[in-house]
Design a protein around this ligand. Structure first.
Ligand code: URA
Length: 237
């Protein structure tokens, strides 16, 4: 693929802008400067550097973000900055979207991609991708609450009770709750339905993909093939 097209596909702006970047000597490929926009490269395993930042060519973008509190999962945030402001411009330019949303005050694992089919599959109710939340509660947890969460609680405007896949108490005020759905404010509504209240909420796992301990709030990371497979849905029976 021509270098100009490569940069364009990777989110570095219009073909004209990419051509100008290359002609101005801002681009290297596999460590070698290249100022000819029409030079052809094999995109497999290709590494290129634009203005000192090195990128790997990726046909599609799959990434994870450790969402900090007080960021909104929206391109048009109302009261807080957008999580998209935490990502570099080329990722935004190539149309990366978040897969599901976390509330403004929820922290933790958020997946993003520009692969429409992947986003659709991850979000479809046909595929049940379990998500685990670390829930800090206002009141001490008790067995009756855990049993109710596991047996199903009736939420307003839902046709029937919704049950957690797992509810594992960690200490008096900390619960790991696994859900198959991603309904609006679901964890907060489920805890309210058992007469408790969420004080803090963090998503710690999607499918078999854990929030890495070394990914600080506000940091993002590419998903490698193993991470992507771990996060991907298994068709439910
Ligand atoms: N459930 C909630 O209540 N909030 C979230 O952000 C995610 C799940």
């Amino acid at each position: 693929m021509q270098l100009e097209r490569i940069l364009h596909a990777q989110g570095f702006g219009s073909r004209k802008l990419c051509r100008s970047l290359i002609r101005h000597g801002e681009v290297s490929v596999n460590g070698q400067p290249c100022d000819f926009p029409f030079e052809e490269f094999d995109t497999e395993q290709l590494e290129f550097t634009v203005r000192g930042v090195t990128w790997q060519y990726r046909t599609q973008a799959y990434l994870m973000l450790n969402k900090p509190a007080h960021y909104e999962c929206s391109h048009k945030p109302q009261h807080h900055p957008s999580i998209f402001s935490l990502l570099p411009a080329p990722l935004l330019e190539r149309g990366v979207q978040c897969i599901g949303r976390l509330d403004e005050d929820t922290t933790g694992l958020l997946l993003l991609s520009d692969d429409g089919q992947f986003i659709h599959r991850m979000s479809s109710p046909k595929w049940k991708v379990p998500k685990v939340y670390a829930v800090t509660t206002k009141h001490p947890l008790d067995d009756a609450q855990l049993q109710a969460l596991l047996q199903g609680v009736q939420l307003l405007d839902e046709p029937g009770p919704i049950a957690a896949l797992a509810a594992e108490q960690q200490d008096s005020h900390l619960l790991h709750l696994t859900l198959a759905e991603g309904k609006y404010h679901q964890v907060k509504r489920m805890l309210a339905a058992v007469s408790n209240r969420v004080e803090a909420l963090q998503r710690i796992r999607i499918g078999a993909l854990d929030l890495p301990a070394d990914l600080a709030p506000g940091e993002w990371r590419w998903l490698d093939a193993d991470m992507l497979a771990a996060a991907s849905p298994q068709r439910s029976a």
